[in-house]
Design a protein around this ligand. Sequence first.
Ligand code: NI
Ligand code: MN
Length: 225
Amino acid sequence: MRITFLGHASLSIEIEDVIILVDPFISGNPKASSIDVNELDADYILVTHAHQDHILDVETIAKRTEATIISNFEIVNYFQAKGLEGHPMNHGGNWDFEFGKLKYVNAIHTSSFPDGKYGGQPGGFIIEGERKTIYIAGDTALTMDMKLIPMHTRLDLAILPIGDNFTMGIEDAILASDFVKCDKILGYHFDTFGYIEIDHEMAKRKFFEQGKDLMLLDIGDSIEL
Ligand code: NI
Ligand code: MN
């Protein structure tokens, strides 16, 4: 499994030959100007919730690649009405895709489309692919529901928002990593806007002091699991 950070909460995940994009927000992110939306491949696009900074490039990419959009029922309906392919899920549900087992899990946040339409309830994803399992928290507060995750699965990586203000900050993300029982963390949802700027060295040190490894990737950089 190879995970590439595309800025903000956008990821590209390669599992064998399958490419999964997560929350593509690239054309609206000046920090991600090195990424060309028109060159991104996708077999699937996972969408955690309907906010602009998570769905901006979904339509453009899905139209060109014919990727299947996977999200909650409301978000998938919204894109299906535009003629795009989708697979609706809802909280607690699992489905076996060609890349592995996917579960849509709870997140504490809001979810409305840029035009104010209801975007269902926000979520996160657990991907059990090949031999590796990852948790993509989406935009969320720290929540006790995270404690349910290690009851079912052992995570190899937790991808957690750390930018604070709209989501968990660093202190709560450290607790979240305890809740999900995973000490290897990829931070996301930071630095894109003034509200979520963080001190990278301080963040890494705070995780390190709790025996945890926080990774912060430059935009375009990848890790291999
Ligand atoms: Ni959001
Ligand atoms: Mn967001």
